[in-house]
Design a protein. Structure first.
Length: 657
């Protein structure tokens, strides 16, 4: 009998077999080692399971936290309430009963629950006006009849795994996967070899690899779970930094770049044509870029700046340096509407210059596209703006010397590399409006030199941010209608929580129809949802920009970088479900014009009231308190700070090490 190995095929592990092995292989899990590093997506704390009577006592005594209770389904009911439906499931144990209600996703939830089944229900309990104990949209986990005493699934911190459809099709759910992984850990974890240097482990008091794998899957305590998470975070960053440092060293020592000349007359002519003065931060960044461009080593620089801070002007002046040296320059944007916006802006700014500017996007007509490609190849085109169409095989540049990549996180490394490879080590400027703390930036983008624009132009009016409870929604809609008289347009964003895309779309359409036929029936309303392809999203945003809609309802994060001057109101429903970076990006969709803009964060009345009365100071909060108050801190920070960089520091403290 051969000794066990981490490279053993997963097929021979108890509970897998040939058919399930194929499903595992399809998601990249081919051997035991792959399985051990398939980490949980979240954890269920079932160490303290309460009886129903105990939960009721907690609620009566004013307890406002979450609880877990295990109970049996006794009744299922679909209630028609006016034009709405309510899905209600009743549960009981030996001490009492309670009910769970759902207002959204009813079609999906109806397929899940059956009488007689046991579930672990986790959520915040309340009592109804009739005295019933109730959970609204709780988290839940189904138990099979024979597992109530199974120590893998109850009585401790339980791992919860995301189950791809390929595994579900082989009748493998979270509980089954949990058992398979537990078996693998029991039999194989002792074979794991340490992957970090011993001196680093000792110096930083890092948990060893074997105990880290055990506790990332089946934590013995919250403390050991945190140690395991920190170990894998540290390991990932350690190797990223090592590779980044090697890549930067090789790049700077081996690559030969372009030594540009600065034609001051061209730059002066452009600056004189502007109707505004550059900020001190813009001038500082331009000095950094100029120093790079006159150096024979290739520039590789990341430019960070909030929405509206003036990154485009900085990139345009840099482009002028390149094209005045008879090199071509290119800007690659993630979407057609953003590329077109860059094209319109740059054409307007350079109207007094004799440069040939072209737009190359997927939607360009074939004949026109071929003509543009020919101009690019023969050098007739100086500045090219486009999308992924720029990296097609038949796009050949005559003399590419400068590359600008906008919103770099939207492109893969391969995309960026493919564009850059079309020139002989061109200078590269990567721009992003996503605020990242400086320390994290140096870790993730250590191969790039960093420039930051924090200062906003003097004429930029700060966006007013307010936090409101759901009971204020009708007043908010009236505010939108009143502001529409001043030509204001509005975004209304609401996050969807269901896994089913069809369900997402259905919920979005219901919300859209409700507003269209009730509170906002005097306005023209559009809909942007997650199931649209990029072209449909671009067309919808273009229609909104052209004022075919007064209000745009969105179930997805609205495209970054789009200028819609009259969009000066954004309402973000269930704001507590978004991260700080998402909230700030959403807020940046408004306030692009000269009028006062408003961001209204909407959450549950109770949370809104508690957040307004909550003053956070990280210096006086423990990690447990920070975790408990995360939603309040995020919402509070959004109202308090307008700077993305200040918010990114708050976000870093919330996320922890």
């Amino acid at each position: 009998m051969q000794p066990k190995s981490l490279l053993d095929p997963i097929q021979f592990l108890s509970g897998v077999g040939p058919k399930r092995a194929e499903a595992f292989n399809s998601i990249g899990i081919k051997n035991i080692e792959n399985l051990l590093f398939y980490f949980p997506s979240k954890y269920l704390d079932r160490r303290n399971i309460l009886t129903i009577v105990k939960v009721m006592q907690h609620v009566i005594n004013g307890y406002e936290g979450e609880v877990t209770v295990v109970a049996k389904i006794t009744d299922i009911e679909l209630i028609n309430y006016y034009k709405k439906q309510i899905f209600k499931v009743r549960f009981s144990d030996s001490t009492g009963n309670f009910e769970c209600v759902w207002f959204k996703g009813i079609k999906y939830f109806k397929t899940l629950f059956n009488k007689g089944e046991h579930y672990a229900i986790s959520g915040k309990p309340v009592t109804t006006k009739y005295g019933n104990l109730q959970f609204t949209h709780p988290d839940f986990d189904k138990f099979s009849d024979d597992e109530s005493n199974d120590f893998i699934n109850t009585g401790k911190i339980i791992p919860y795994y995301s189950i791809p459809q390929s595994l579900k099709s082989k009748n493998l759910g979270d509980i089954g996967l949990r058992k398979i992984i537990y078996k693998a850990i029991t039999e194989y974890s002792g074979l794991l070899s340490e992957t970090l240097p011993k001196n680093l482990i000792e110096k930083n008091n890092i948990l060893d690899i074997i105990n880290s794998v055990k506790n990332i899957h089946f934590p013995e305590s919250n403390e050991l779970l945190a140690e395991a998470k920190n170990r894998f975070k540290y390991e990932e960053l350690f190797y990223i930094e090592t590779l980044v440092a090697l890549r930067k060293h090789n790049y700077l020592t081996k690559a030969k770049g372009i030594k540009f000349q600065i034609h001051s007359d061209v730059i002066k002519k452009f600056l004189d044509s502007l109707t505004f003065e550059l900020t001190n931060d813009q001038l500082k960044v331009l000095s950094e870029i100029k120093t790079d461009m006159i150096n024979p080593k290739p520039m590789n620089r990341l430019l960070q700046g909030d929405v509206g801070s003036g990154k485009t002007i900085v990139s345009l002046i840099s482009i002028l340096i390149a094209v005045s040296n008879n090199y071509q320059a290119v800007i690659m944007a993630p979407t057609e509407i953003l590329a077109d916006q860059h094209y319109q802006t740059i054409t307007k700014f350079l109207k007094n210059f004799n440069f040939n500017i072209d737009l190359l996007i997927g939607g360009t007509k074939k004949s026109e596209k071929n003509a543009i490609k020919e101009k690019i190849q023969n050098g007739e085109c100086n500045i090219i703006i486009g999308t992924h169409a720029l990296i097609e095989e038949d796009v050949d540049f005559a003399k590419l010397g400068f590359v600008v990549i906008d919103e770099q996180h939207r492109f893969g490394v391969a995309h960026r590399g493919k564009l850059i490879s079309k020139g002989i080590t061109p200078d590269v400027l990567i721009m992003t409006a996503t605020p990242i703390p400086r320390t994290l930036t140096m870790t993730l983008y250590g191969d790039l030199d960093l420039s930051i624009i924090k200062e906003m132009p003097k004429n930029r009016i700060p966006i007013k941010t307010a936090l409101r409870g759901e009971s204020s929604l009708e007043d908010i809609y009236k505010f939108i209608i009143d502001k529409h008289k001043e030509n204001y347009q509005a975004f209304i964003v609401f996050p969807l929580v269901e896994e089913s895309e069809k369900l997402d779309l259905k919920a979005a359409e219901v919300y859209y129809e409700e507003l269209k036929n009730s509170s906002l029936n005097t306005l023209k309303i559009g809909l942007l949802h997650g199931r649209m392809n990029w072209k449909e999203k671009d067309e919808t945003m273009q229609s909104f920009k052209n004022k075919k809609f007064d209000v745009l309802i969105s179930t997805t994060v609205i495209e970054v970088g789009i200028d819609i001057p009259d969009a000066n109101i954004i309402v973000i429903n269930n704001a507590e479900r978004f991260g700080l970076s998402q909230l700030h990006q959403l807020r940046g969709r408004v306030g692009r014009g000269s009028d006062q803009a408003f961001c209204i964060l909407v959450t549950k009345d109770e949370l809104a009231a508690k957040t307004r009365n909550f003053n956070y100071d990280f210096q006086y909060l423990s990690k447990t308190q920070i975790d408990f108050h995360k939603s309040k801190i995020r919402l509070n920070a959004m109202v308090k700070h307008t700077s993305g960089f200040e918010l990114s520091e708050v976000d870093l403290k919330l996320r922890g090490p």
